[in-house]
Design a protein around this ligand. Sequence first.
Ligand SMILES: Nc1nc2c(ncn2[C@@H]2O[C@H](COP(=O)(O)OP(=O)(O)OP(=O)(O)O)[C@@H](O)[C@H]2O)c(=O)[nH]1
Ligand SMILES: [Zn+2]
Length: 194
Amino acid sequence: MTIEKAAAIDQAPAHARRLMAALGLPLDAPGLADTPARLVSALYELTAGMREDPGRHLEVTFPAESAQSGVIAVTDLPFISLCEHHLLPFTGSMTVAYLPSPGAPIVGLSKLARMAQGFAARPQVQERLGEQIVESLCARLDCMGAACQVVAEHSCMTLRGVRAAGAKMTTLHLKGVFERDTLARRDFMGLCRA
Ligand SMILES: Nc1nc2c(ncn2[C@@H]2O[C@H](COP(=O)(O)OP(=O)(O)OP(=O)(O)O)[C@@H](O)[C@H]2O)c(=O)[nH]1
Ligand SMILES: [Zn+2]
């Protein structure tokens, strides 16, 4: 973080306090005294992906054991993101996959999760999140394609507004071989949530 940004974040609890005051919240109540600072701290944590390049996690690779490998996927990957319209969380799970080019290095499994969670830790819409994940895989890895399914519950839609408790959004992004080849797509869809 730059010195300018460090100074700005120091001011943030005072701004949060003004926001709470404008809402008529009882700032003098003992339980709320530290809430402005906690709110800033929580939002800072939930936007950590703004302060990193999530794709850098894909730089840790290993030589492939054999020249021909199949689809590599991580399934049921949990994530927390912030809806950019309301700054309320949306949470769920993802299936993230890529097909390495023959003989190309493969990436450490946890790095797929770190990369995906890094893009999630930004103000997002779900569609962009899935797209950034497949674009990052295709840009950083020697692969024939990448795919990502995201299934999430948006609290802006379940806890407020239309209050559609339990409603979920599903998005699918397919690139390269997953877009062109029905067999690769079928393999991927077999790994995804129904
Ligand atoms: N496509 C898409 N829409 C989203 C996502 N997150 C939130 N939204 C929607 O963004 C829209 C914002 O609409 P607005 O009318 O500006 O906001 P609002 O008045 O709070 O709308 P309501 O939620 O209907 O009360 C809402 O329909 C949200 O459900 C997302 O990841 N993808
Ligand atoms: Zn929202």
